[in-house]
Design a protein around this ligand. Structure first.
Ligand code: 5GP
Length: 204
């Protein structure tokens, strides 16, 4: 059995990080792909847990060395998914969860499409997203404006995803995301059908 990838995208403030953390607790074989970023560390975040925080120079160096499966510029900062740890986790049969943006999803799908199930999580409307970003209290008004503008352009690409979750109730959305994560492990594209069929046919 190969591992699989669950991609979660959506505007920041849609609640995807909290949902993802709950799913990680529910699946013993799930792990989080820790991205690398040039963004400033936020209060409460831990280097090496939430992200690997690096300088722009280090990030550019990593690009040159082919370190990333995908990388993108989001809200003026760089974010990237390291290839090696993902391949190791997949080899061990794990469900690797990616919290990446729409640009990253497109590239990851081009490279590892058969292993990917993707979910786009958003709020019922733009107003509630704005309210959540304000309530979160981690960003300045200027940054919130940037995130809202980015959210509009991200929304236009939600068709590229397998599933859409509108997070107006945390518990309901968590139930839906858990069901999707569970089903993602059963995808036909994860199975070597030829090998399975010949083993199946040869058994007495
Ligand atoms: P934040 O700064 O709020 O942690 O993340 C901002 C955006 O960057 C989010 O939409 C998040 O999904 C995205 N992001 C985080 N890590 C990666 C990554 O490795 N690659 C890409 N393409 N986007 C990422």
């Amino acid at each position: 059995m190969k591992g699989n990838i669950l991609v979660i995208s959506g505007p920041s403030g849609s609640g995807k990080s909290s949902l993802m953390n709950e799913v990680l607790h529910k699946f013993p074989n799930a792990c989080f792909s820790i991205s690398t970023t040039t963004r400033e560390i936020r209060e409460g975040e831990v280097d090496g847990v939430n992200y690997h925080f690096v300088s722009k120079e280090e990030f550019k160096n990593d690009i040159d060395e082919g370190f990333f499966l995908e990388w993108a510029k989001v809200h003026d900062n760089y974010y990237g998914t390291s290839l090696k740890p993902v391949l190791k986790d997949l080899h061990e049969g794990k469900m690797v969860i990616f919290d990446i943006d729409v640009q990253g999803h497109k590239i990851a799908k081009e490279k590892l499409g058969s292993l990917i199930t993707s979910v786009f999580i958003t709020t019922p409307d733009q107003q509630s997203l704005q309210q959540r970003l304000i309530n979160r209290g981690t960003d300045s008004i200027e940054v919130i404006q940037k995130r809202l503008a980015n959210a509009v352009s991200e929304m236009t690409r939600m068709r590229e995803y397998d599933y859409l979750l509108i997070n107006d109730n945390f518990e309901t959305t968590l139930k839906d995301l858990t069901a999707i994560a569970y089903a993602s492990r059963k995808k036909m594209s994860l199975v070597d059908a030829g090998e399975f069929i010949s083993a199946w046919a040869n058994v007495e």
